[in-house]
Design a protein around this ligand. Structure first.
Ligand code: NAD
Length: 491
């Protein structure tokens, strides 16, 4: 039986793309399961002049595909209200406050508040500060929590400034920085796989793991987000947040307990032992790419996309080698890559184990092929599950080994979507799957070094063909170390 949470959710950017595509369906799923039911309200706000009814119609439309139960949808939407409001207009916050107090009373919410800012990041600090100074935070409830969307800054300096603004109004334990990758089933499963299985955790170090590979591939280009993307690039958009979070979960030590404070403290420790590169290391250990035209001419080059300058040097692909200077990982690289217009849309982690020190089957007289690497692959999306590649004897005459995949795939239909999990965590006050400020700060410090080098060096763009796995240099990055990507096309 789901535990019902009491909360007033004040949603800034209530008419936006994220709210309508992800947040309302997520809230509806929580309602359907009973995690929110009688004692919740959503106060939507944005600049758009809408009546309560128009807003409710918008929410109804956005959750329509979640259920055939019209009555349930109607009941859910009856908890929604709307106030048109310009967040930069300080005086107008009193209207929000009055409406919030009214809803609080009506639904007996007892002062619990979640402020969700789903707007362009330049508003995050302003809204947080106005909430505090205009007295929208309650003191009679169990909590006031602030949820912040990405991006959190565009370098360490701007992130620090934003954090200072937020910290002036909210304590760190009240701030929930969304990284929706942390809401994904198999990313959360990394901890279960590692710490729930002696067979992995005992080997989870540089003695037995040769390298770890993380791939976040997209087959789409920039679509309508070109304006934002061209200012950001793959390094800021994907590496600083999602990839660094995944890296820290894979690299951290075992937390004292499965609690947010303990997990966060281990993730921060791991990130602090990540080697921050100097100029020479940054240019040799990181590769950037930008897609050109496809050979059949059907995909135009990045530089010809709408809203992208014809001389843009923004990277649509990044690959890199990360090194930890600590006892567990020294000498075991983490290779990462992400990009647009790649061979498919998928996210996976490949943990490549070392081969046995002696391959007794490799003697010529055995006629056997060399042993394959043992690889634990965590499939994050679109399929969710994992597989373990082991060497086994095949059933032919003689003695020949071949790789066998032991695999487990989850039943997709039962898996909650990331935003549903994350909003539920916010309501519970569980910060495990959110990025803490020290993590964000360490990740920016690492990424800033790469960015600085790239900003002074002229790239040779475009340098990869749409539908491939990025530039040749990304393969060379591993070939240089006598390694290769586990996932390759044409393998
Ligand atoms: P959007 O442009 O679709 O929506 C922005 C909202 O802010 C609108 O409701 C608009 O009316 C409101 N707004 C703008 N200026 C305002 C003002 N001065 N006062 C009051 N309201 C104002 O943006 P989005 O795509 O929904 O993105 C919201 C946030 O979520 C951003 O931080 C974005 O980076 C993040 N995000 C979005 C997605 C996505 O899929 N859309 C994915 C991940 C993260």
């Amino acid at each position: 039986m789901a535990k019902e949470r009491r909360a007033l959710i004040m949603l800034f950017g209530g008419t936006g793309d994220l709210a309508t595509r992800k947040l309302y369906p997520a809230l509806f799923n929580l309602y359907e399961k009973g995690n929110i039911r009688d004692h919740f309200a959503v106060l939507g706000t944005s600049r758009a002049e809408l009546s309560d009814d128009e807003f409710k119609a918008m929410v109804t439309k956005s959750v329509a595909k979640e259920s055939n139960d019209k009555k349930m949808i109607q009941d859910f939407v009856s908890h929604f209200a709307y106030v048109a409001h310009d967040v930069t207009d300080v005086k107008h916050y009193s209207v929000l406050r009055e409406k919030a107090d009214e809803l609080d009373k009506k639904y007996e919410i007892n002062g619990n508040r979640v402020f969700y800012i789903s707007m362009a990041p330049n508003f995050f600090g302003t809204v947080a500060q106005n909430l505090k100074t205009q007295h929208l935070l309650t003191d009679n409830g169990e909590f006031n929590r602030l949820v912040i969307e990405k991006p959190f800054g565009r370098d360490y300096k701007s992130a620090k400034q934003l954090n200072d603004e937020l910290s002036a109004a909210f304590d760190e334990n009240q701030i929930f920085r969304i990284d929706h990758y942390l809401g994904k089933e198999m990313i959360q499963n990394i901890e279960a796989i590692r710490f729930g299985n002696t067979i992995f955790e005992a080997l989870w170090n540089n003695r037995y793991i040769d390298n770890i590979q993380i791939t976040l591939a997209e087959d789409l280009g920039v679509e309508e987000r070109a304006g934002y993307y061209d200012n950001s690039g793959a390094l800021r958009d994907m590496v600083q947040n999602h990839i660094m979070q995944i890296v820290s979960l894979l690299a951290m030590e075992q937390p004292v307990a499965f609690k947010d404070v303990d997990i966060r403290s281990e993730k921060v420790k791991a990130l602090r032992s990540l080697r921050v590169y100097d100029v020479i290391e940054a240019s040799s250990n990181f590769v950037r790419g930008q897609y050109g035209e496809s050979p059949d001419g059907k995909t135009k080059p990045y530089r010809e996309e709408d809203d992208v300058p014809a001389d843009s040097n923004t990277e649509t692909f990044v690959a890199g080698k990360l090194l930890f200077d600590n006892y567990r990982w020294s000498g075991t690289p983490f290779y990462i890559r992400t990009g647009k217009k790649l061979a498919g849309k998928f996210t996976r982690v490949d943990v490549v184990f070392k081969k046995p020190l002696v391959d007794i089957f490799a003697f010529p007289q055995s006629g056997s092929t060399p042993l394959n690497d043992n690889v634990l692959t965590i499939f994050v999306e679109p399929n969710q599950g994992f597989s373990l590649r082991v060497n086994a004897k095949n059933n032919e005459q003689g003695f020949h080994t071949e790789p066998v995949d032991l695999s487990y795939m989850e039943d997709q239909k039962d898996v909650p979507q990331p935003y549903e999990r994350l909003i539920h965590d916010v309501l519970k006050g569980d910060g495990t799957n959110f990025s803490s400020w020290p993590e964000v700060a360490s990740a920016w410090k690492f990424v800033d070094q790469i960015r600085q080098v790239w900003d002074i060096q002229q790239p040779n763009f475009p340098n990869y063909i749409p539908g491939t796995m990025g530039p040749v240099a990304a393969d060379e990055l591993l070939a240089r170390d006598n390694r290769q990507w586990v996932y390759r096309i044409n393998q």
